[in-house]
Every structure is written in structure tokens, then in C-alpha cells.
Write a protein that binds this ligand. Structure first.
Ligand code: CP
Length: 336
């Protein structure tokens, strides 16, 4: 595949222009069709992608690895603990070396105040494209799959579509801010009206919110905030109930210098909001044709009830998850 995007890093959808993103969507739709028809798409024959995971993953890891195989190449599934990274090797050195051995580097590093900087440093020194598989600020592949799924269910003219991104209770782990932040940055660029609901102790990062408001102004969408989950569900055409940690309540330096105390406070704040769940009662507040989206994994019974998540009239979460494959292949095929 010959592309003007060859060599371009993919660290955030926000670092790609709308025409560039539109090429990525067109390519993803084409690849999805070819996947269904079993048409070969060996655009990356004999090419190598190095994937470095600092955290667990199901969708991201497998969409990238399966994607590389389907594109005719190979992905190394690496974890930081198996590499010299665990002995302190610098991201700069890791990037220079891997970029001389293969054709792309991708990494997931969600440590708050660390992950995005780590990826930026790799990108600064890699001669090959560097892709974020999620960091503490952005989850660009998720954003692409989300919007592709919205296009499939609501059409490509998304002007005025009402999407609610709501914090929800979960007791699994403190999830990064990167999914809702990617959504608020991206959706309003496509004319979507986004409402974000969260308890006051679980804000998103101020600089990202400021940028998202600017994107909304330029893209013809809108972005508003509330601390009331019911209010945010009223009339929504898509609801995305998802937990995120209370990282945005602290500055990065404040968090990193008092990590244990902040984690303890986050945990006690979390327990105040067990009622923040997407259930039948809340779904009834939304538009009658409302769709449920979620990046997954979902914390069933906490973020969303089984009744809603498993309702095929409402839930499009598995379309969204499948689209991780097609969007992953699109970005790899265009950039590598
Ligand atoms: N949505 C998502 O990124 O899933 P994984 O954590 O399983 O990769």
C-alpha cells in the first residue's frame, strides 16, 4: 500500500488532521470488507512490528497481532519485564534499536504522568512509526474504532448526534483517563454533541478538556459537563458508561510525589459513587433508540448491568471491539 502517511507516528488522533483520519476510516472500511470476503490484504509482506506492553490487554494486543498476520507481516508480542527495559534501558535506546530491526514500534504504557512521555521519547528517536496502544492521556486506536462503529450505526453525517460519556463505578482497578479523553477530543471534530458526566472527584485533565473545547468550536460539535449521571442520559443517542481513576483530581507532580496517599484517597472517593451504573432505569431516560458503547473490558454489574450489556437492541460493544481489528490494520498499513 502506497500512502502519504507512511512513517507517520500515531500517538493521538489529535495529532492527525481530519483529512488524514478520514483516509484511515476509508481504509478501515475497505479492510473490513476484504476481511469479510477473505480477500488477501498482504500490504505489509515480511514487515515486522514490535509491540511492548507494560500492562495487560486483550483487544489491543490481539487486534495488532492478528492484524499484522493478516497484512502479511509479523508482530513481536513483547512485555517490558522480558526486555532490558526492566533493568532501566532508556526509551530512546530501545526505540533506536528496534527501529533499525523492523518497520514499526507500538507500546502501551499507562502509568500516570509517565506513559505518554515515554511514547513521545520513543517517537523522537525511532526512524519508523511509533504507535500508542494506550497511554495515560490517549488511546488513539480505541477512538478510531469507536468512531468507525458510530459511522456504521448512525451514518457518516454525525452532526448533532448526542453522545454521553459517563463515569461509572467499577471495583477492578483505577482505569486510565485515556479513553474518555480521546473521545472528547475526537467526537466533536465530527460535529458530535458530547456530554460528560462525572463525580467532582473524577475530572478529566484540564489541558485536554481545554483542547477538546477548542476542537468542538472548530469541528461544529459541542462539549458540556455535569456531575449528574441522570441528567447526562436524558435524550442521549449513545451512552458510554465507563470507569476512570481520579487521576485528574491531582496535578501530575502532586500525584507522583504522593502516590500512595492519592491512591488511598481515590479509593475512598470511589466508594461514594456505587450508584453510578448504567441500568434499565437510566437507559429509559435516553433516546428510545439509544445504543450502548464501551471500550471493554466492562465491569459487569458495576459500570453496566448484564441486562443492558447483553441486549442486542441496545448494545453495540462487540461491533466496537471487532472494529479494533480493522482500524489497527488501517493505521499499520498506512504508516508502516
Ligand atoms: N479497549 C481496550 O483497549 O481493551 P484491552 O485493554 O483489552 O486492549
Amino acid at each position: 500500500m502506497i500512502s502519504d502517511l507512511k512513517g507517520k507516528h500515531f500517538l493521538s488522533c489529535d495529532f492527525w488532521t481530519k483529512p488524514e483520519l478520514d483516509i484511515a476510516f476509508d481504509t478501515a472500511f475497505d479492510l473490513k470488507e476484504k476481511f469479510k470476503n477473505e480477500t488477501p490484504t498482504r500490504y505489509l509482506q515480511d514487515k515486522t512490528l514490535f509491540m511492548i506492553f507494560f500492562e495487560q490487554s486483550t483487544r489491543t494486543r490481539n487486534s495488532m497481532e492478528a492484524g499484522m498476520t493478516q497484512l502479511g507481516g509479523h508482530a513481536h508480542d513483547l512485555t517490558a519485564d522480558k526486555m532490558q527495559i526492566s533493568h532501566g534501558e532508556a526509551p530512546k535506546d530501545t526505540a533506536i534499536i528496534l527501529s533499525r530491526m523492523g518497520h514499526g514500534i507500538a507500546s502501551r504504557n499507562c502509568f500516570y504522568g509517565v506513559g505518554s512521555e515515554y511514547l513521545k521519547e520513543m517517537a523522537a528517536y525511532s526512524k519508523k512509526p511509533v504507535m500508542s496502544l494506550q497511554d495515560d492521556i490517549y488511546h488513539p486506536f480505541q477512538g478510531l474504532a469507536d468512531l468507525m462503529t458510530i459511522f456504521e450505526h448512525f451514518g457518516k453525517n454525525t452532526k448533532g448526534l448526542k453522545v454521553t460519556v459517563s463515569w461509572a463505578y467499577a471495583d477492578t482497578h483505577s482505569k486510565p483517563l485515556s479513553v474518555p479523553q480521546t473521545q472528547i477530543l475526537l467526537f466533536p471534530r465530527y460535529g458530535i454533541d458530547v456530554t460528560v458526566a462525572h463525580p467532582k472527584e473524577f475530572p478529566l485533565t484540564k489541558s485536554i478538556v481545554d483542547k477538546a473545547l477548542k476542537n468542538a468550536e472548530e469541528g461544529g460539535g459541542s462539549l458540556k459537563f455535569t456531575n449528574n449521571m441522570d441528567e447526562a442520559f436524558e435524550g442521549a443517542q449513545i451512552v458510554i458508561p465507563k470507569n476512570w481513576g481520579g487521576f485528574g483530581y491531582y496535578g501530575v507532580n502532586e500525584y507522583l510525589s504522593n502516590e500512595d496517599a492519592c491512591k488511598k484517597e481515590m479509593k475512598s472517593n470511589l466508594e461514594k459513587y456505587k450508584s453510578w451504573i448504567c441500568d434499565e432505569k437510566r437507559i429509559k431516560l435516553a433516546d428510545k433508540n439509544v445504543k450502548l458503547m464501551h471500550a471493554l473490558p466492562a465491569d459487569r454489574g458495576h459500570e453496566v448491568t448484564d441486562e443492558i450489556l447483553d441486549n442486542p437492541e441496545i448494545s453495540i460493544v462487540f461491533d466496537e471491539a471487532e472494529n479494533r481489528l480493522h482500524t489497527a490494520k488501517s493505521i499499520m498499513a498506512l504508516t508502516m
